[in-house]
Design a protein around this ligand. Structure first.
Ligand SMILES: [Zn+2]
Length: 309
């Protein structure tokens, strides 16, 4: 059985974001605490005992506490069911949680060499000694089976593929430690259980839906997809910032080229938005935007949601 737990569903900053007084963040602090959401990450397992994190968010410590499947085994002095972390990009909200995993447990980091180059160029990540924490490069369009810390197979098969996106914000206008050609900065993943062939897709960042992406996702049983903004200019319109969704490498939910319309009619059985920014009105249960998303067959998951395939 392929098991998935949504550790966090929010975009960078989470909900509420520490310095934000927008309607969603204000409600999340007061009358609607169920709006609170940690930064996007999921955990996946083929055997229910060993888990792989897809991205390590800055909220990882709290996410691990909130998820019984990821607690140390009873009776063991040092143990974690977390066998590895698979990174899909080098943004802060995907990598900063690695720094909360520095207490000497063995696990493996899988990432594109562009993201590994970012980790290598930042000495703060050396707290994860390569003796305990191996760093394995993953290659676009080449499936791999992540391994357990003792080297045995996990029963999962992960296929990374390139999706339209942007490099990490903090490198904008700077030299990328792996060079500036950009390929490999943003990955989607197809994650399968080898024994049953069951699978799903994970895309926490995606700037637009290409024909290639449509043909990949067609007929999929489950897709987690970039739900950062409802409309491209919502941060500017709300006075929250000067970036557009596209400027951040994120597609909108709505609109002619948005995710809802672009992924309609592809026979995807279950569609969940992930990486949802606190500016996005679809977070509010009674909003017309939420109703439109739900009418189109999309779900906005709560942290802790479990899915079995
Ligand atoms: Zn806000």
């Amino acid at each position: 059985m392929l098991r998935v737990v949504v550790l966090g569903a929010a975009a960078g900053g989470g909900i509420p974001q520490w310095n934000c007084g927008c309607p969603v963040c204000t409600k999340a602090r007061s009358e609607t605490p169920e709006l609170q959401s940690s930064q996007a990450s999921i955990a996946v397992s083929a055997d229910g005992a060993h888990w792989f994190l897809i991205n390590a968010s800055p909220d990882l410590r709290q996410q691990l506490i909130a998820t019984p499947q990821l607690h140390p085994k009873r009776g063991e002095l040092r143990h974690s069911p977390v066998a590895g972390v698979i990174l899909t990009n080098g943004e802060i909200d995907a990598i900063a949680g690695l720094l909360s995993m520095r207490e000497g447990s063995p696990f493996t980091i899988y990432a594109h060499q562009r993201v590994l180059a970012i980790l290598k160029s930042n000495s703060v990540f050396d707290v994860l000694s390569e003796k305990n924490v191996a760093r394995r490069p993953i290659t676009v369009d080449r499936a791999f089976e992540p391994a357990l810390p003792d080297g045995s197979p996990s029963g999962l098969e992960v296929l990374p593929f390139e999706v339209p996106g942007k490099g990490a914000w903090y490198l904008e206008g700077k030299a990328h430690p792996a060079g500036n050609d950009g390929a490999g900065d943003t990955l989607g993943l197809r994650i399968a259980e080898k024994a049953s062939g069951k699978y799903f897709y994970f895309l926490a960042a995606c700037a637009r839906v290409t024909d290639d992406l449509k043909s990949r996702l067609a007929g999929a049983p489950l897709v987690f997809f970039d739900g950062t903004v409802w409309r491209d200019d919502e941060l500017i319109a709300a006075g929250l910032g000067n970036k557009t969704g596209q400027g951040m490498g994120h597609i909108s939910m709505s609109g002619g080229h948005g995710a809802i319309e672009s992924l309609a009619g592809l026979d995807i059985r279950r569609k969940l938005f992930l990486h949802i920014n606190n500016s996005n009105p679809a977070l509010l249960k009674d909003s017309p935007e939420r109703q439109a998303a739900e009418r189109a067959g999309w779900q906005i998951p709560a942290d802790g949601m479990e899915i079995e395939l």
